[in-house]
Design a protein. Sequence first.
Length: 199
Amino acid sequence: MFLISGIIPFFMFRSIVTQLMNGTQANLALFAYKPVKPIHVFIARTLLEFCIYFAIFITVLFFAGWFFRFDVFPIHLLGVLFCIFLLMCSAFALGVCFAIIWHFVEPLRTLLAYFSIVLYWSSGIIFPTWLTPRPLLDIFYYNPLLHVMELLRFNFFENYPLQDEYSYFYVIFWILLVLFIGLFIYYYNRQALTAVKKE
């Protein structure tokens, strides 16, 4: 259950970011219609990936509870749902930034792939934080995804041991900051995005 509660939500996060990066190139024909803008593709792809992975998450929990008799019902359901919502918002904000940057600087795609690997290992996805050496954990603490994953598990499992003071406000602050940067870049490049795609 520890792995299920970490891997599937993170894969949702990673898939949203990846789909947003590829969204403009994969939907070139849509931009022939003036009402359709890249931001619409970003929103649609985010919601689609969220629905897919949320359905997968529920299905896996159902089978884990049915066949293996695991206790799959969260202790604080609203807290778990809020953490998943924060993951979706984080992925959207980061995906918008990456999509625009990669659109104009394609060689950065490899660098962004390595960034995803760093996030995977520094977010406590497959190992508990209480087994992480304190010097590393102090560095990982600045990763907003670690806060989300720990709060998700804290709301999911009874008596889950939090190693530090993890905060929703810290995560929301980073979401708003990255989203502001992404939308700012998008606003001043929206015409260039469309023009490049029409060529």
